[in-house]
Ligand binder design. Structure first.
Ligand code: CP3
Length: 341
């Protein structure tokens, strides 16, 4: 691979500078994304390998990031299991058949990896386009976060139904979480077999949980998934919003990298984790709305904190917002790439 900065940093090996990629980089802050999006539905884009590849390549060609991330969504596993998924403009993901009781849960299928073959096909098209220039990151949703969408039927502010399920019917919750975990293992191993170079598990909404509930309903399943992957040579990144609190537990699950939200001082988190666990993060994405001078200062401040540290991948603390000016994102990436440890 011509540029393997991300792989080296993820394995805590020395790099000349931190690698940079941006969560949700293949998306709506780019005019070129809308040129494609206006012609197809979101799921059509995910399920057509040539289109998924076109979108995956946009930030590679336009921003010069150090890694590509597969264009897909964390909810494709839930869809393959039987969730009737749609994405409506301005509403976000919705399941027409939310899972609310045991009968609903029984209908969720786990022998579904064949239905996700379109992702393996997309990975192969993208690899041809990348020609070994930079690594390709694959991903999946973590069981708790996927469960929350299945139970709520879509996005939620407070995860009320999901928490009610965890608290009143923990056995039913575990029954569904185990099913999602098994599908996720098959799905990520499919991505590895198709030639993905790194993986990220998104437990986006785990911050809604208490420490004990995180252990029981999130950490347990993420640990299970990481233990079942054919990981040789493929580093694994664990993401959760709430990582400022849960980072020690996240590291116990044995990923190679813990992705950190912007609440924490990244150096403190790095120093608190076992040797050999890398960190990713953690610029507040809202900084990218600010003046270029501010963007530069904030990035350089983060780098001063991380100077001399192997095992550091530059990213935002969470996904980029659709209305952030493209120019600012491009500038931020230039600032990162000028830096030397
Ligand atoms: O990072 C990338 O660029 C790769 C593609 C990617 C998408 N979704 C494309 C997408 C990735 C990695 C995801 C992950 C994802 N999806 C997460 C975890 C990441 C995070 O931010 O925590 C979550 C929670 C989802 C679920 C989801 N998908 C939501 C809540 C929404 C709509 C809300 C929103 O952000 O607007 C989506 C739709 C979605 N996924 C879009 C894209 C580009 C927007 C589709 C469109 O309208 O064009």
């Amino acid at each position: 691979m011509q540029n393997d900065l991300l792989i080296r940093a993820a394995f805590s090996q020395p790099t000349e500078r931190p690698p940079v990629w941006i969560m949700r980089q293949a998306g709506r802050f780019m005019k070129e994304y809308w040129d494609i999006k206006n012609r197809y539905s979101f799921l059509e884009m995910c399920k057509t390998p040539e289109i998924a590849a076109d979108v995956t390549m946009l930030p590679v060609d336009l921003l010069g990031v150090d890694a590509a991330i597969l264009f897909s969504d964390i909810l494709v596993t839930a869809e393959a299991m039987g969730g009737q998924l749609s994405f409506e403009q301005g509403v976000g993901p919705q399941f027409a058949n939310p899972v609310r009781n045991r009968a609903d849960a029984e209908t969720l299928r786990t022998d579904v990896v064949d239905k996700l073959q379109y992702v393996g096909d997309a990975i192969q098209v993208i690899r041809q386009r990348l020609q070994g220039r930079i690594p390709l990151i694959g991903f999946a949703g973590a069981p708790f976060t996927v469960l929350s969408y299945l139970v709520e039927g879509g996005s939620s502010k407070d995860f009320k139904r999901t928490k009610l399920l965890l608290h009143n019917e923990p056995e039913l919750a575990h029954f569904i979480l185990q099913k999602i975990a098994d599908v996720t293992v098959d799905y990520l191993n499919l991505q590895i077999a198709a030639g993905i170079n790194a993986l990220q598990l998104f437990d986006s909404w785990a911050l809604a949980l208490s420490w004990d509930d995180y252990k029981t309903f999130a950490h347990h399943y993420n640990t299970y998934i990481f233990s079942k992957l054919n990981r040789a040579g493929v580093p694994v990144i664990s993401f959760c919003k709430g990582s400022s609190v849960f980072a020690p537990l996240m590291a116990e699950a044995k990923p190679n990298v813990v992705s950190v939200d912007w609440n924490a001082d990244l150096r403190h988190v790095k120093d608190s984790l076992p040797h050999g666990v890398a960190v990713q993060g953690n610029l507040d994405p809202f900084v990218l709305y600010a003046d270029k001078k501010v963007i530069r200062e904030k990035i350089l401040h983060l780098f001063e904190r991380m100077r001399g540290q192997d095992g550091f991948i530059f990213n935002l603390g969470h996904g980029i917002m659709p209305d952030i000016p493209f120019d600012n994102v491009k500038y931020a990436i230039e600032v990162v790439k000028e830096f030397r440890f």
